[in-house]
Design a protein around this ligand. Structure first.
Ligand code: 13P
Ligand code: ZN
Length: 301
């Protein structure tokens, strides 16, 4: 068959590459996980974020709560041999759930070329206290060091949205980070500065942006503080570090971060040109949201 007609992901294992070369044809290994739609959307998103400069080296991480029907379709490729590991926090409402998550120290840039060694599927135990890797990170490793933050965010959003939110994304976009060095570090001022830049900002994230001061990354403290902010917001900025966002799907979460970062880039330019000479009034921002029947967070105006 012709190579261009192969719709599923194929790859040659190192062991079989000799044979493959002799036959001048790839040895095909079918994998339900590698061909799953959600899996490819995840890998493509990692790749896209990296291409935008949001993920230097191993910077940033992503986690996706896999739907039950998707798990049923791929479960026979899982191995349940790995030991349970403490999450460090308890997420009882996520007991027994499965997450696709990037590996700690793994480069976004190389994830698409080598997904099996870059990401893993982790299952939570029946109390939501421990996880075990059931697929991926084939040559070793563990989920992102921010796994406690991801899981606490998932936990908060699971209750608030009735299970609709599935994706938590963390990236390091330049302009948003740059602004955290000059803008006041409170939710109201930070949000309003960003909302001011484009009318669509208030439409895309009408609840606003939460901001946290510089805290120790990968710590339980930052996980708890971020989850607290996620009770109110869908996007949280970590000062001098990056952004976290949560949403129903890849398109929505990417759309929020892309909009925050674009507004941040405009603001960086405006500040560089000497600062704002005009700005929209609070009423003008409310009017835009009224057009779309959106409940703007008036406390931040
Ligand atoms: P990990 O490589 O452990 O995911 O850490 C990257 C990061 O961005 C920490 O905040
Ligand atoms: Zn980070």
């Amino acid at each position: 068959f012709r190579r261009k007609n192969i719709s599923f992901r194929i790859y040659c294992s190192a062991i079989n590459s000799d044979l493959s070369n002799k036959l001048n044809f790839p040895v095909i290994k079918m994998s339900k996980v590698l061909n799953a739609k959600f899996f490819n959307e995840f890998i493509d998103m990692v790749d896209l974020c990296c291409s935008l400069g949001w993920n230097e080296r191993n910077g940033g991480n992503m986690s996706y709560r896999i739907a039950t029907e998707d798990i049923e379709a791929i479960k026979d490729e899982f191995s349940f041999e790995k030991p349970w590991t403490s999450i460090g926090v308890t997420v009882a409402n996520l007991a027994n759930e499965y997450f696709l998550v990037t590996g700690s120290g793994k480069y976004f840039r190389y994830t698409k070329a080598d997904p099996e060694n870059s990401v893993c599927i982790a299952q939570l135990d029946e109390k939501g206290e421990n996880y075990r890797i059931v697929w991926g990170l084939a040559s070793g490793g563990r989920p992102t060091s921010e796994f406690p933050t991801h899981l606490l965010n998932h936990s908060v959003k699971f209750d608030i949205t009735g299970g609709k939110h599935r994706l938590v994304m963390h990236v390091h976009p330049v302009n948003t980070i740059a602004l955290t060095f000059v803008l006041p570090q409170n939710d109201k001022d930070f949000t309003r500065e960003i909302w001011d830049m484009m009318p669509e900002c208030a439409v895309v994230f009408p609840r606003g942006i939460g901001i946290l001061p510089l805290m120790l990354t990968g710590s339980i403290d930052i996980a708890k503080a971020t989850a607290e902010k996620f009770k109110e917001y869908d996007v949280v900025v970590w000062s001098m570090h990056g952004i976290f966002s949560s949403g129903e799907n890849f398109r929505d979460v990417f759309g929020i971060i892309e909009t925050v970062e674009k507004a941040a880039e405009i603001l960086v330019k405006v500040i560089s040109m000497g600062g704002k000479k005009v700005r929209p009034t609070a009423q003008e921002i409310i009017d835009v949201c009224d057009e779309y029947n959106l409940d703007i967070n008036k406390a931040l105006l």
